[in-house]
Design a protein around this ligand. Sequence first.
Ligand SMILES: [Zn+2]
Ligand SMILES: [Zn+2]
Length: 950
Amino acid sequence: MSASLYYANNMTLDLPRLEKKILKFWKKRKVFEKSLQKTRNKPGFVFFEGPPFANGLPGIHHLLARAFKDIILRYKTMRGFSVERRAGWDTHGLPTEMEAEKKLGIKSKKEIEKLGVSRFIKKCQSSVFTYKEEWEEFTERIGFWLDFKNAYITCDKNYIETLWWILKQIWQKRLLYEDYKVVPYCPRCGTSLSSHEVAQGYKRIKEKSIYVKLKVKNQKNTYLLAWTTTPWTLPGNVAVAVNPSFEYVKAKAGSELLILAEQRAKDFEVIEKIEGTKLLGLEYEPLYKFIKPQKKAYYVVGADFVSLEEGTGIVHIASAFGEEDMAVAKENDLPILMTVNGEGRFNPEIRNWAGMFVKEADPLIIEDLKKRKLLFKEEMYEHDYPFCWRCKTPLLYYAKNSWFIKITNVKKELIKNSQKINWEPDYIKKGRFGDWLKEVKDWNLSRERYWGTPLPIWLCQTGKNQNYCNNIKVIGSVGELEGLSGKKVKDLHRPYIDEISFKCEKCGGIMKRVPEVIDCWFDSGSMPFAQWHYPFEYEKKIDSRDVFPADFIAEGIDQTRGWFYTLLAVSTLLGKGAPYKNVICLGLVLDAKGQKMSKSRGNIIEPSEVMNKFGADCARFYFYTVNSVAEPKRFDFKDVQTLYRKFFDTFWQSHSFFKIYVSKKNPQSPYLPDKQANPEIQISGNVLDKWIVSRLEKVNAEVIENLDRYDVVSAARLFLDFVDDLSNWYIRRSRQRFKNSDKEAAQTLYYVLLKTTKLLAPFTPFFAEELYQELGGEKESVHLEDYPKPNKRLIDQKLEERMAQVRDITTLTLAQRAEAGIKVRQPLASLQIPSSKSQIPDEFLDLIKQETNVKKITFGREVRLDTKITKELEKEGREREWVRNVNKIRKKNGLTPNDIIIIDTTTDVADTEELKASIRAKEINVRKEMRGGEEIEINGEKHYIKIKKI
Ligand SMILES: [Zn+2]
Ligand SMILES: [Zn+2]
């Protein structure tokens, strides 16, 4: 049956319009609040909301994450848990500072200092919530029920006080320290970054790598051949490293001799072999003499990290610009030549390129080496390079003082705690997340910036000639600071907090705060505690594990190196165990071609566009079903449209069919079930009724099973098949029963529609609400219902298997019809099916006969349709064609299935009672000629039909 047969025009599904109506309904009736009230005294289900920044607009990936959060929370609420959903806002750090810089039209730290830190901070503060309303509207529009009234905000005084308290705990455990290390550094933002921030910003790039010749002292024409991808670090060169366990060679290149690893010298004429150890201590002439080193430099040292995978087996060492370089320098007491300033520009001593940004100096340095005949070769090199996660500037590795958290000391606990977390999908646990934890580095916590949680470290620098007192005090609460300073501390932000000082208990001098603020990822990672102002308030709530750990969190896969990690890190540092029990990890949203969405590519898809076209529910359900949860999603409007048609429209039409033939709202309808969704429903003996109910109960059981495992995708996909079964088999094959006012069919369909609607409620909250209201559900809203439980005694596995066989046979038969070019309306004499199916009961065989329009089924070897059309069969076919046309005209004339008609026609049809009943006609008058009426065509001949309603 084509869908249009029971699809009246006024019943077209307009999901976006319907959703706006439902939003008003929820608001007016306070349905969200009522759903919370309903479960207030029930066991809790704890959810942590990963705080977004409200100074940028929500994107399509936020729709994805919020959809997955919402479905679990709605499901748990319907399962009888009390589910608080506190919103949160991330406010500090580079994301906000960058926005403020943009608004002020400035681009550097110098300009901020010139403007005044106080003015800059005010701008940050005011821009924190630029798009707060848009976020709230967006969240409401997609149907994510979130409590914005009690949102936690990371720049609140109480929130910061908890962060200070946590930092003091870490200090007391001797896990907070300052060190001079090579750290990833953003020259534009003027701050170092943590390894998890760096992990967010890798890009694949191509740049020049060069082979540099370093002239060996006192040996004629002999050079060490070193390889580097960062020419700008060459003026800072202090040594070269070889791996003592490798073999090296002296090789001929023109009139010169080059020293390099044997394995990297395949294209050379080898003159002499040298063991790696023999090279140690060999001196060479410096490439550049801009700075005179204070210690011995320019000789060969040994290092295990030197590999043979690329380069020459000889590595250039610039102690100030590489983590490994710094380690080698410390080990061999090499000098550190700092050639670059805080903006990534060469210092004045580097005369040739003073003031130039180092990456821009790369080609000039290459040119200079070429001129001096010290460049052996240059080639393009493709590799992953880190960029600043906020401003996209290439990062430099750079030696400087920073404050670190000694995460490496708690690595074991970190891994142990992570074992207790259930990941969806589970391979993330050992893979992406586990690998990250294995390689964990100390957390570079301090940022040389302005708008952030101030590092609560006060330092005494009283003393002369660098003989400072260096007494350190870490402050753990506002009260502690007020006690020491004797001042009321109103604001914890810079620059106000920088003015608060107190007396050093060691030397009587003045203690001042260090200038740094902290990594904003520490803010969000501390939210389980800071959102409650722990331990200053709600201490018991956390310690009795009422609101900690979270039962569930969900964010994008990038958060394995972000929030998922920092939550675990902070909780582990405090000795509180795993901070969440279950986590759903979501793939990236890409464009239809699989490319990242970006402004420059112009391929960004706005969530509002999707929701205006197809509705929030369709966008949600698309994400629930499109692919496995952590895989990248290639967002294609075509796919969303297909889902709209195949799933939403189909289910909507099933419901419309019910409305037309059974409608509860029709007072004359005799078909209403006695009890709505009665779990003890008396299922009729009809095989189709039994089958669709069995399918439903099984879907019910499996949805629960999957959602309890947080496998949303497997749960949601069950509905796709089910809706197809319901519409394209159950209703299609039961059509005549509905027309005949079969009460059992009506009751079954009602039961199935209502239960499916409840099952769908967490997935497609709007659509389910509309259907529930239309079906006249008992509660005020479907979201105040309990989640249905499966009626397992109604599941009949054998029946389902048989029906699957029937559908297979039908599909094969219809394919044979199509091949022979015979319409389904043309009856055929017989169909042969394999004798192995001879045990199929008659009622199933009847379904095959009806669906394939054959008179008889016989058993033979295979599915074979008898395609011969006798005169009698042809006449019957003509009659069916005619009936179809009559029904079409009925519908066109706006008649309902209940209207009775009189028919005039030129087609020679038999005036039987059966035929008249099938078109609800009182009389059929066959005429040789007719004036007027509708012209129709049957098997290429012209016929006329005239219909009159009586
Ligand atoms: Zn930056
Ligand atoms: Zn002191």
